[in-house]
Design a protein around this ligand. Structure first.
Ligand code: MN
Length: 724
């Protein structure tokens, strides 16, 4: 290496006696020697020499030499037994930013590509600020994601950096403390969790909670202490009894008590609306064995000793969580009546449960990952990269990242036994899209545990799901009301946007043709150059753009027609009576007014609203009177003879106020093959009640049939359609 470029040119030779190293570096060396080779330890020390020189003279807010911070970061990484390059980069992580003499290139010359890229990655990540989850921009998430996808170690260094900054947060001013703590809680802790690094995540959460809510933290902390004191005796009895029994059954197992942390208790109190006593009224135990088969044996022993609670057993060994976590979970009736939550796992699983991707770390770029958590993390990042490419806007991408980072998941099987993890409350349509976008786009129904179910069915863990598809089927706008996964949402929106565009063109075409016909013209009769000049003058790239503008209410068809036709020098002929026909396929670009809910068969009129495009009202709607004052915006419309789809309408129904009335009316509506969208009570006294049903019908005859069936019931006094 060229000495002139060497960052070490005038530092003491590396690997010099330990007397040159300060105590905080000596501690680190001891840790390194326990798992790295002598060469690797020397490499880390060389980074220390460079880092120490670079930061010389700089102080932390606490008054300590700056280098203590990067060394502490490296220690955190060394505790996780990460590789030498990661540690080197950990020590150098602030040099590019803070030290004028050091650049990515000089680091590359001294320490090679990997270390230089890692330091550069962390430096870039430092510039990405989140503040709060709500304010976090798609761009900042995108940068972070790309950095992680390139080399996960960048995130591990960043997390270690954040952990040390949180441990030393007191040196910061009050407002900075709160900003950093909030960002940690809302962005970094979820990332640590997603990477399965539970131990680091918990510490980040506790420190943030303490900084944000010092009072709540200390009150809950004190109550936990008091509670543990009271319980020590009974807990150790249970632990001892369980240990003895496991031993009798020939199992070598460690039984350890678990104590909840203030933040996790606080979250439970908030989330489940429970009191402190209710949250704490649960004991926690962990049983650790050496082999997987022994986990199930230990479970048998535990269940034989104390009765298990129904439906609380979870097998995360057979079906690991999305971040790679594995364990058996069960809840037992304790001797005092209080439930005992038990986790059973092997030593290996225990390490993965604590450290996630960082467990059993062997860093290789291309080869198969060393553990489950690493494999899951790669899949996750790959999925995010895919959705980044697919998402139409950065908002959609942001949604995708957030759903993935803050999950509650269900685990489902394909008929072939593949496991898919989906967010809680996922529907069959989410599952369909998780299998493949094509399956989602053509889904018609689902077989859930062999039973035929509608696509909106919510799925629960353990179900086997098969999607029934039809080539002619296509995504429906209503699906957006019950999908929860980002993949399904993105795919459906993408499809609808496409469709909406096509619908808008077709409707715009009909509207412009009608407007031209009104003044005796026709679209075909306008010469090409004439049309082109018009488009150019109006900065429109294509005729389609003009048509879609018209359909969406951005341009008035009558005005456009007059400009196109008059400029041609044609004289306006006598208006003919033409109308725009509605087939029901224009839903994406047209709305049916909520005041009067028109359905096929009703006389209707369209009103072109700038924001909403074409809004269709019944001609009898009281609001139409006002609209007639803007005749330019009125569009004559009528129904096609065959209209597609279901239309919303409302019925006001007076019934006798008796138990079961609602069910009777609902059954009558269902018998007439109509969907109930909503029911509300308008008035109610001891004798009678007045209900407003929002239902879906195909046309007026269908509505009449629904009303007839409702009237037949003897509890119904009157039925009236509500329109305007
Ligand atoms: Mn730092």
């Amino acid at each position: 290496m060229n000495a002139a470029h060497s960052l070490l040119a005038d530092t003491a030779p590396c690997g010099a006696g330990s007397e040159l190293l300060p105590h905080y570096m000596l501690d680190l060396r001891q840790m390194l020697e326990s798992y790295l080779t002598a060469d690797q330890v020397r490499a880390v020390e060389r980074s220390f020499a460079v880092g120490e020189r670079a930061h010389r003279g700089q102080m932390r807010k606490s008054g300590e030499p700056y280098i203590t911070h990067p060394v502490a970061v490296a220690r955190i990484l060394a505790e996780m037994h990460l590789d030498a390059e990661t540690l080197q980069a950990g020590i150098l992580h602030d040099t590019i930013e803070d030290c004028p003499g050091i650049t990515k290139e000089s680091l590359r010359a001294e320490f090679g590509d990997n270390v230089a890229d890692l330091v550069d990655g962390v430096t870039k990540l430092d510039k990405v600020q989140f503040a709060t989850r709500e304010a976090a921009t798609a761009e900042s998430f995108r940068k972070m994601l790309l950095a992680m996808a390139r080399d996960l170690r960048v995130m591990l260094i960043k997390l270690a950096d954040r952990l040390h900054n949180m441990r030393t947060l007191e040196a910061q001013s009050g407002p900075s403390q709160r900003r950093i703590a909030r960002e940690t809680l809302e962005v970094y802790a979820p990332i640590a969790q997603r990477l399965g690094m539970n131990k680091l995540k918990s510490e980040l959460q506790e420190l943030s909670f303490k900084a944000l809510y010092p009072h709540r933290h200390s009150v809950i902390g004190a109550r936990i202490k008091a509670m543990i004191g009271n319980r020590r005796e009974i807990m150790s009895k249970i632990e001892a009894a369980l240990s003895a029994r496991l031993k009798e059954d020939g199992l070598h197992a460690r039984v350890v008590g678990r104590v909840k942390s203030p933040y996790s208790i606080y979250r439970k109190m908030l989330g489940d609306h429970k009191t402190f006593a209710e949250v704490m009224d649960v004991y926690g135990l962990r049983i650790i064995v050496s082999k997987v088969s022994q986990c199930y044996q230990a479970l048998g022993t535990a269940h034989a000793m104390y009765k298990p609670l129904d439906n609380r057993f979870k097998d995360y060994i057979a079906i690991p969580k999305a971040n790679g976590y594995q364990s058996l979970h069960t809840v037992l009736f304790g001797p005092s009546g209080a439930p005992i939550e038990v986790q059973i796992r092997t030593d290996d699983m225990d390490v993965v449960a604590e450290r996630g991707v960082a467990a059993h770390w062997i860093y290789k770029t291309e080869s198969t990952p060393a553990n489950n958590a690493q494999m899951r993390a790669r899949e996750w990042l790959q999925g995010l990269l895919d959705s980044q490419r697919q998402a139409g806007s950065s908002i959609e991408f942001l949604e995708a990242v957030k759903v993935d980072l803050f999950p509650d998941e269900v685990y489902l099987f394909t008929p072939k036994g593949r496991i898919l993890a989906l967010p809680r409350n996922a529907s069959a349509i989410d599952f369909a899209y998780a299998v493949h976008t094509n399956v989602g786009d053509h889904a018609v129904a689902a077989r859930v545990d062999r039973q035929l179910k509608p696509l909106r069915t919510r799925l629960v863990s353990g179900q086997t799901v098969e999607i029934v598809t039809a080539p002619s089927a296509s995504p429906q706008p209503q699906w957006l009301e019950f999908v929860v996964s980002s993949k399904a949402r993105t795919a459906i929106r993408h499809y609808l946007k496409q469709l909406q565009h096509e619908d808008a063109i077709s409707l715009g075409h009909r509207m412009l043709s009608r407007a031209l016909a009104d003044i005796g013209g026709a679209l075909d009769a306008i010469p090409e150059e004439q049309l082109h000049r018009f488009l150019e003058e109006n900065r429109l790239r294509r005729l389609e753009e003009l048509l879609s503008d018209i359909a969406l209410g951005a341009r008035m068809p009558a005005l456009v027609a007059r400009q196109l036709w008059a400029s041609e020098g044609q004289s306006a002929a006598a208006p003919r009576d033409t109308v725009v026909r509605i087939s029901g396929a224009e839903r994406g670009v047209m709305t049916f007014a909520h005041c009067c809910h028109p359905i096929p068969g009703d006389p209707i009129v369209g009103f072109l609203s700038a924001g909403k495009g074409l809004v269709v009202h019944q001609t009898t709607c009281p609001n139409v009177v006002e609209m007639r004052k803007q005749p330019d915006r009125i569009v004559r419309v009528d129904w096609e003879p065959e209209v597609q789809g279901d239309f919303r309408t409302q019925l006001k129904i007076e019934v006798a106020n008796r138990p079961g009335v609602l069910a009777t009316v609902a059954a009558a509506i269902a018998d007439a093959n109509s969907n109930i969208e909503n029911v509300e009570y308008l008035e109610r006294d001891s004798l009678s009640a007045s209900l407003l049903f929002t239902i879906e019908v195909r046309h007026r005859e269908h509505l009449n049939d629904v009303m007839r069936r409702i009237r037949r019931s003897d509890v119904v006094q009157t039925v009236q359609r509500q329109s305007g």
